[in-house]
Design a protein around this ligand. Structure first.
Ligand SMILES: C[S@@+](CC[C@H](N)C(=O)[O-])C[C@H]1O[C@@H](n2cnc3c(N)ncnc32)[C@H](O)[C@@H]1O
Length: 475
């Protein structure tokens, strides 16, 4: 007798799955990205679950919910079996007490629909497809086995609502509650050869009595010296005072009522001094501000920013998983629109750049996701024509311009000014995998602000340390 289909769900059939008990099967061919089930949940409070629920059969069925609650999916949700290569992902809709189940690829009729439970299984899995994948994944592709992406992280991300989910967006999240383990490497010691510089206009003020008037004039002038904020405005050498004016192609106009010599170009450092060695080297060029970074010091993150990062990581993992089903390596990189605190002013920047690894389809060993996303940014900037407008468009993830060919420059040679035309200044890059050394160097040259990655690459990673706390959501 054919198994009865589920009257309330035309897409799914409940059948026995060899070695797994009951399972959910596709009643028809189902295209990818189809919501096959939305299950209402029955919530068990933390105490109720810890004191009773977990000692019962419910322990095999419940999902972690927010505030320590556990959720039992009603409808068909509790009958999805586990697979290491799932064809269904699920998202928790805590606002409506629902779990949505969505196909991640095209599914054939009669195929079992499986989700991924995580790596700590309480039973011996029957999962031939997963075993096959594992064999393939064991093949080292020469780049540290990037063929493997741990979809557990993605599912864990959906499974457990992070502690920063509820609460005011501007509240600072304690470091231990953040989804990521953060670190900043100590600043690299600079040498006279590695200091980055920029050309700026300066003018000598020969008469010490004019210094006050000159300072007053500068305060009210329209001179934009924002790129020189890390430098002292005046350099004194004996009796001579030299004023730093601005970075520009043409000399700025000066006050007519103060006796000044003609403005001239000086080479000045392009950033603050982080160490004492750097301070003495930079101050030899121009008096520079000393801003040592305290050991381990990192910017505090608000709930809003933590949510933003969580979403970005989820987006990049989804992209990688989608690409895996299309036959690519499941590796992706994403530069989202920068986090904007609620109520903060400033221009609305609405760009996002996503790229995936195209080494398989392009048969090209350098087409790593990070290189591809940097190239997208560079191409966009080239099209936009200037640095400011580079971050003004939402780039469709589907377009994948080629990564640079060997021998191509990273664009620095094209910089109109040393130190002022970088691709990723102030941007955060999210990647499924720790960028390799090649990609890390490209990111360094692009002046990325932060890199957040999910899978540390112990052998080939170029970022120096594991970035995520093992066991943390998304880690
Ligand atoms: C959430 S229930 C899934 C529905 C279950 N098969 C049933 O008939 O009630 C989880 C249980 O299904 C079984 N199961 C799920 N995936 C499995 C797999 N890949 N291999 C073996 N057993 C599995 C395990 O017994 C597990 O405790």
């Amino acid at each position: 007798m054919p198994p009865p289909s589920c009257l309330n769900n035309p897409l799914c059939v409940v059948k026995t799955s060899e070695g797994k008990g009951r399972g959910i099967f596709a009643a028809h061919a189902i295209p990818k990205q189809t919501v096959v089930e939305s299950s209402p949940v029955l919530l068990l409070g933390k105490k109720e679950y810890e004191q009773h629920g977990r000692f019962t059969i419910l322990d095999h069925y419940t999902f972690k919910w927010k505030n320590g609650s556990m959720a039992l999916a009603l409808g068909l949700g509790s009958l999805f079996n586990h697979s290491n290569s799932p064809n269904v992902s699920y998202t928790i809709d805590s606002a409506n007490d629902l779990i949505h189940y969505t196909t991640t690829r095209n599914v054939e009729q009669d195929e079992e629909l499986c989700i991924y439970y995580g790596s700590n299984l309480w039973f011996d899995p029957v999962d031939p497809a997963g075993a096959l994948d594992a064999q393939e994944n064991d093949v080292d592709d020469g780049w540290g086995g990037l063929t493997h992406v741990d979809s557990e992280a993605d599912n864990a991300a959906q499974h457990t609502l992070p502690p920063f989910f509820d609460g005011p967006a501007d509240e600072i999240v304690p470091e231990e509650d953040l989804p990521f383990e953060r670190f900043k490497p100590p600043p690299e010691e600079e040498t006279a050869d590695t200091i980055r510089t920029v050309q700026a206009w300066a003018v000598d003020v020969p008469d010490p009595r004019s210094i006050g008037s000159m300072l007053k004039w500068l305060r009210h002038s329209e001179l934009d010296a924002s790129e020189l904020g890390h430098l002292k405005r005046v350099r004194k050498q004996g009796d001579k005072s030299t004023f730093l004016l601005r970075v520009s192609q043409d000399p700025p106009s000066l006050p007519s009522d103060i006796t000044l010599s003609a403005p001239f170009l000086v080479t000045v450092p392009s950033s603050v001094a982080l160490t004492l060695t750097s301070l003495s080297l930079k101050s030899a060029l121009w008096p520079t501000i000393y801003a040592p970074r305290r050991k381990g010091e990192v910017e505090e993150w608000s709930r809003g920013k933590a949510r933003w990062a969580w979403d970005a990581m989820h987006t990049v993992v989804q992209e990688a998983l989608r690409r895996r089903h299309a036959g690519e390596l499941p590796v992706a990189a994403y530069v989202p629109a920068p986090y904007k605190a609620e109520g903060s002013s400033g221009a609305e920047a609405s760009f996002a750049f996503m790229a995936h690894d195209t080494r398989q389809s392009a048969a090209h060993p350098l087409r790593h996701a990070v290189m591809n996303v940097i190239r997208q940014l560079a191409d966009h900037r080239a099209r936009a024509g200037d640095a400011e407008s580079a971050f003004s468009l939402v780039q469709e993830p589907e377009s994948h311009p080629p990564a640079p060919e060997e021998g191509e420059t990273d664009g620095e040679g094209d910089s109109p000014r040393n130190g002022t035309n970088y691709l990723l200044t102030s941007q955060v890059l999210f990647a499924t995998h720790e960028p390799c050394i090649m990609c890390s160097m490209a990111l360094l040259h692009s002046r990325v602000k932060e890199i957040v990655y999910l899978v540390p690459m112990d052998k080939t990673g170029g970022c120096g340390r594991r970035n995520l706390r093992p066991g943390a959501p998304g880690g």
